[in-house]
Write a protein that binds this ligand. Structure first.
Ligand code: NDP
Length: 246
């Protein structure tokens, strides 16, 4: 039997990159998956069709994470379609890097809204309907603990906030038998951070394993944390970073 047979998952930012790898992996582990997108409508529909064609269930929902109410509505829609959300994965994120004195305050608000407020909103929407065994998995960043880049003040702050939220909510959620954890990817080859992109020369030397991670390697940890096997892990921030933070 597939480990997530009978489970339903909700993934933010699931149309491409790490999010798409998570959607594919949870679906191949047997979960029905709803996922959000904001700009990648075609890729979202293609991914949902791909999963349905291979015998799974997937639904793409447009929801801008900058809009907390839209995120809550998307969770409610997923609950409507599947009857429940058992696994919530907060993956959607943006990295706006620039010198700290050049950020407009609107850019501060947007970084906080997408990378942190939306995470809280999704948890508020999904948590109360979760049953014993529910799983919340946030995608933070290893940079929350160890950041080599200049210009990352807001990005790192939002990811540190996600780690703090994860620790604190573990206490709130534990009495209901729900776990919450924070996967902290290191440099991972995606549209945000291509292995041949502008950050590569700065970060590559610090990756002990000497290469960028693959999106599927982040999805592997998410799948493990989502599975019944991971029932004794909560409040943790787990680096999947090829040994950057060592
Ligand atoms: P990408 O930029 O490649 O993809 C971003 C994803 O987030 C897309 O699916 C995008 O959707 C979605 N997204 C962005 N803004 C919004 C929004 N306002 N509303 C809804 N969805 C949105 O990023 P990665 O896959 O690399 O990153 C995924 C997560 O992993 C992020 O939280 C990131 O911070 C984190 N991370 C990544 C690392 C890396 O090296 N790649 C390292 C550490 C952490 P759409 O296409 O529809 O716009």
């Amino acid at each position: 039997l597939k480990p997530l047979f009978g489970k339903t998952a909700f993934v933010t930012g699931g149309a491409r990159s790490i999010g798409a790898a998570i959607v594919r992996r949870l679906a191949s582990d047997g979960a029905s998956v709803a996922f959000t997108y904001v700009s990648s409508q075609n890729r979202a529909e293609e991914l949902a069709n791909e999963i349905e064609a291979s015998g799974g269930r997937a639904v793409a929902i447009r929801a801008d994470s900058a809009d907390a109410e839209a995120v809550k509505r998307a969770v409610a829609e997923a609950v409507n379609v599947f009857g429940a959300v058992d696994i919530l994965v907060n993956n959607a994120g943006i990295a706006n890097l620039k010198p700290y004195d050049q950020f407009a305050i609107e850019e501060f608000d947007r970084m906080i809204a997408v990378n942190f407020r939306a995470v809280f909103a999704a948890i508020q929407a999904a948590g109360p309907q979760m049953k014993e065994g529910g799983r919340i998995i946030n995608i933070g960043s290893n940079a929350a603990d160890n950041n080599p880049l200049t210009g990352a003040s807001l990005y790192v702050s939002t990811k540190a906030a996600v780690a703090g939220l994860t620790r604190a909510l573990a206490r709130d959620l534990a009495p209901k038998g729900i776990t919450i954890n924070n996967v902290q990817p290191g440099p991972t080859d995606t549209d945000m951070n291509p292995a041949d992109g502008p950050y590569a020369p700065i970060v590559s030397g610090s990756i002990a394993l000497g290469r960028y991670g693959k999106a599927s390697e982040i999805a592997s940890m998410v799948a493990y944390l989502a599975s019944p096997e991971a029932g004794f892990i909560t409040g943790a921030s787990i680096n999947v970073d090829g040994g950057v933070n060592i």
